[in-house]
Write a protein that binds this ligand. Structure first.
Ligand SMILES: Nc1ncnc2c1ncn2[C@@H]1O[C@H](COP(=O)(O)OP(=O)(O)OP(=O)(O)O)[C@@H](O)[C@H]1O
Ligand SMILES: [Mg+2]
Length: 239
């Protein structure tokens, strides 16, 4: 992202954002509510347009529309707080739909891959159930498998565990940690500091639409530069 600006009407939501993420890097984005974390994620797969600046993936500008945009969305997997699974489709169908429709995979091939991915996230035996029959943690792991089925270049996670009951948070974070270790490029908005310490290469701290800190987790947690970051950390670490 180069000099990215974004307004919602008169409100300046992203202020001169410069952020480069290398292949295989895991970047955790944290910051107070309303600081622009979700907006930042959403601009990367063009769920939000930007006013000015540039966003490139693999050296290419984000496409504006049409088939190229659909391909971009396939290249940039996104996992949200709410799981957004298709309620009327089985777990396996949720995972095979994109590869068949967007990537043009054969049904048998998509099926095999879905089964592998569901195994990887630990819900293989739920493949023929419907989303409502799964726990929140299981549904979120299916959402991760569904995004991975598209063979994305980068995965965006926007507070993937914040709607989950405490006992289900770790099972989702474990899947994300193993994904991070497998070399996936990831942008993760989360307040799970254990995950940040364990899996992140960098922590980006946002406040008021700006990136205030962009450093390694150790430095961020032990010696943040800005008062805003110190204040934020003292709140979440004592919480
Ligand atoms: N579609 C929209 N229209 C108008 N304002 C918006 C829109 N989306 C976001 N905003 C505003 O932009 C700011 C940043 O929102 P964003 O959702 O990116 O924050 P966030 O850091 O993800 O917060 P949270 O931690 O609560 O999820 C907020 O003040 C929000 O009200
Ligand atoms: Mg948000």
């Amino acid at each position: 992202m180069e000099d990215v600006e974004k307004h919602f009407g008169a409100f300046h939501a992203l202020k001169t954002i410069n952020l480069t993420i290398g292949e295989g890097e895991v970047v955790v984005v944290i910051g107070p509510s309303g600081s622009g974390k979700s907006t930042l994620c959403r601009t990367i797969n063009r769920l939000e347009t930007i006013d000015s600046g540039r966003i490139t993936i693999d050296g290419k500008d984000l496409p504006a529309e049409g088939k190229a945009l659909a391909r971009l969305r396939a290249d940039v997997g996104m996992v949200f707080q709410s799981f957004n699974l298709f309620a009327h489709k089985t777990i396996k169908e949720n995972v095979t739909l994109g590869p068949v429709k967007v990537r043009g995979q054969k049904a048998a091939e998509a099926d095999k891959r879905a089964q592998e991915l569901l195994t990887r996230v630990g819900v293989a035996h739920q493949a023929d159930k419907y989303p409502a029959q799964l726990s929140g943690g299981q549904q979120q792991r299916v959402a991760i498998a569904r995004a991975l089925a598209m063979d994305p270049k980068v995965m965006l996670f926007d507070e993937p565990t914040s709607a989950l009951d405490p006992e289900m948070i770790n099972e989702v974070l474990d899947v994300m940690t193993s994904l991070a270790r497998s070399g996936m490029t990831m942008v993760v908005v989360t307040h799970e500091m254990g995950f940040a310490r364990r899996a992140a290469d960098r922590v980006v701290f946002m406040a008021d639409g700006q990136i205030l800190e962009d450093t390694d987790p150790e430095t961020f947690f032990t010696a943040p530069e800005h008062e805003r970051a110190k204040d934020f950390l003292s709140k979440i670490l004592t919480h």
